[in-house]
Design a protein around this ligand. Structure first.
Ligand code: URA
Length: 159
């Protein structure tokens, strides 16, 4: 997925160091069946220009390692670093990018981390829906809502 450093579809391009951090494939599978969708890049991701390379990324990797998942595509709903929770306008501006990534990757399973990612696919609070997968006929894949790794780091008992 190419970067789009010329994107000006929302105000985040004015503050982000890296404009449009798209997803990347990790592991050795050439076509990953699992797509992991987070909220938005954090400060570390903004500095390095890659998704999930900060503390949340480390926690995500620990969780995936324990589950034996070593090949996946990882991305975010919002592609530029927001200082805080992304606003609805940021999510809306990035919607076509996430749709394009899903079309390209054609995952069998989407792991939606946290409310912002989950609400791209389903309704209700993540705390009530985590672990309750849904089938998306529109996307032709299963969507698994899960707590965001940052929420787990804040309250490790939730792990
Ligand atoms: N880093 C990301 O890339 N996404 C998140 O949702 C959190 C941290």
């Amino acid at each position: 997925m190419p970067r789009n450093p010329s994107c000006t579809d929302c105000d985040l391009c004015q503050s982000a160091s890296t404009v449009c951090i798209f997803g990347e494939q990790r592991g050795n599978g050439s076509s990953p069946q699992i797509m992991i969708v987070g909220e938005a890049p954090g400060a570390t991701e903004d500095a390095l220009g890659r998704p999930f390379v900060g503390k949340s990324g480390d926690e995500l990797k620990r969780i995936l390692d324990r589950a034996g998942i070593d090949s996946y595509y990882v991305t975010n709903v919002v592609k530029c670093f927001p200082a805080g929770t992304p606003e609805p306008g940021h999510v809306k501006a990035c919607k076509p990018y996430l749709e394009e990534e899903i079309k390209d990757v054609q995952p069998k399973y989407i792991l939606a981390l946290g409310n912002t990612a989950w609400h791209r696919f389903g309704r209700g609070p993540i705390t009530e829906n985590a672990g309750k997968e849904i089938y998306s006929a529109a996307l032709g894949c299963w969507v698994f809502p899960a707590l965001h790794p940052a929420a787990i780091l804040r309250a490790p008992g939730r792990r």
